[in-house]
Design a protein around this ligand. Structure first.
Ligand SMILES: Cc1cc2nc3c(=O)[nH]c(=O)nc-3n(C[C@H](O)[C@H](O)[C@H](O)COP(=O)(O)OP(=O)(O)OC[C@H]3O[C@@H](n4cnc5c(N)ncnc54)[C@H](O)[C@@H]3O)c2cc1C
Ligand code: FES
Length: 365
């Protein structure tokens, strides 16, 4: 009996010791190299101590990251099959139960400490880094600058209208990155445009409002699933934009207007004041020129008295409520600030659209 007790004590002690060694080696492993697998394929070694987000960038896999890796935007999603370590508090806040149950993690929150197996959607593996040069810049509307970039080094970008890129800026002590929707026609492969709203005190937007033509910078992309998926589908398209949320809509409209027989398009565009509208001429021209497929409803939500204004007053979801017929077969794309998106989604659902027919890109920061 005494021998059995001794046996159990010794073995228990060994078990506890082994567990402690395993746990501490996991948490203390800050140096050395581990193996990374992406979609079952070995993607080479990675340095311990870096974040998975940084490791993937080293391997030319550029994840979407509106917050630049700070753990606040929830966009750098990866499915982690092995080796992600414990969830961080930010992941518990940003990821919903379904994402957590599906094994999703935020790459910027995972510290690499052991071999990792991750799964990424194939389209993310095609996002690339590009060196670009600012060719042309013009102010359009209050606080909006439209920038046209040329892609250097004979690279070509293939994007779908509605998608966005990430722009990088090197500051003395950090490199920041922000997302911007492409506003130009997706047919062009060596150039593209971005519409930038000036944000007082903003690190990226104020800089993009200052840079001169000839300035070279780095971007990555394309990203986002706010795109027309099936070219053969001809069901009505509802576009709803808040302010500079018009940017991806301009790209979508360019694509749709280029079709031989475009589907009916309903554009709802809201800003606070009339001076904030830009590119209005191209939209009005479309309503005048086209044979009834393009319907345009601008709305102003500010309290300024605007001479001669004949459009709607109030928030843009009220314009949808007023003008949009029941349209269960339509597809909808929404872009702008978060609260607007929620109100608009609700109205679209009341008009018969299922959530699967609604795509949205919140311009959150
Ligand atoms: C998918 C996606 C697409 C986007 N597309 C566009 C686009 O086409 N055009 C565009 O102009 N922006 C777009 N944005 C927003 C853009 O990524 C930046 O968030 C924005 O330019 C502000 O960045 P910043 O570095 O200038 O400001 P930051 O330095 O990040 O912010 C400085 C301060 O201003 C506040 N702030 C930031 N933005 C705003 C704002 N808009 N209004 C009020 N306060 C703000 C912040 O909370 C912070 O306190 C997009 C965002 C996403 C996620
Ligand atoms: S990059 Fe924004 S949460 Fe990871």
């Amino acid at each position: 009996m005494q021998a059995l007790l001794m046996f159990l004590v010794v073995n228990g002690f060994i078990l506890v010791l082994c567990s402690l060694i395993a746990i501490s080696s996991y948490f203390l492993k800050q140096s050395g190299r581990v193996l990374l697998f992406i979609n079952e394929n070995e993607a080479g070694e990675a340095d311990c101590g870096m974040t998975l987000f940084e490791v993937l960038a080293q391997k030319d896999v550029y994840l979407p990251a509106a917050c630049g890796g700070k753990g606040t935007c929830g966009r750098c999603l990866v499915k982690c099959r092995q080796g992600g370590g414990p969830l961080t508090p930010m992941e518990r806040i940003l990821l919903d139960e379904a994402s957590l149950a599906g094994g999703f993690r935020l790459a910027c929150q995972i510290k690499v400490r052991e071999d990792l197996k991750v799964e990424l959607p194939p389209e993310l593996l095609t996002a690339k880094k590009f060196a670009v040069r600012l060719e042309k810049a013009e102010f359009a509307g209050e606080g909006i600058r439209v920038l046209q970039f040329y892609i250097l080094n004979n690279q070509l970008i293939e994007f779908k209208s509605g998608q966005y890129v990430q722009v990088y800026r090197q500051l003395p002590h950090e490199r920041i990155v922000r997302a911007y929707s492409i506003s130009s026609d997706a047919k062009a492969r060596n150039n593209f445009s971005l519409d930038i709203q000036y944000v007082a005190g903003g690190l990226m937007s104020t800089w993009l409002h200052q840079i001169e033509p000839g300035t070279e910078l780095e971007i990555s992309g394309p990203y986002g699933d706010m795109a027309l998926e099936d070219e053969s589908e001809n069901s009505p398209v509802i576009l709803v934009a808040g302010g500079v949320g018009l940017a991806p809509m301009r790209s979508l409209i360019a694509e749709l207007s280029g079709r031989q027989s475009p589907p009916p398009v309903w554009l709802f565009w809201g800003t606070r004041h009339r001076a904030r509208f830009y590119a209005e001429d191209e939209l009005i021209k479309l309503t005048q020129e086209n044979s009834g497929w393009f319907h345009f409803f601008p709305a102003l939500s500010g309290d300024l008295i605007e001479e001669g204004w004949t459009g709607d007053r109030g928030f843009i979801h009220l314009s949808l409520q007023k003008h949009l017929p029941e349209m269960p077969t339509a597809r909808a794309f929404i872009c702008g600030p978060g609260p607007m998106m929620k109100a608009v989604t609700l109205v679209l659902e009341q008009k018969g659209l299922s959530p699967q027919r609604i795509k949205a890109d919140p311009f959150d920061f």
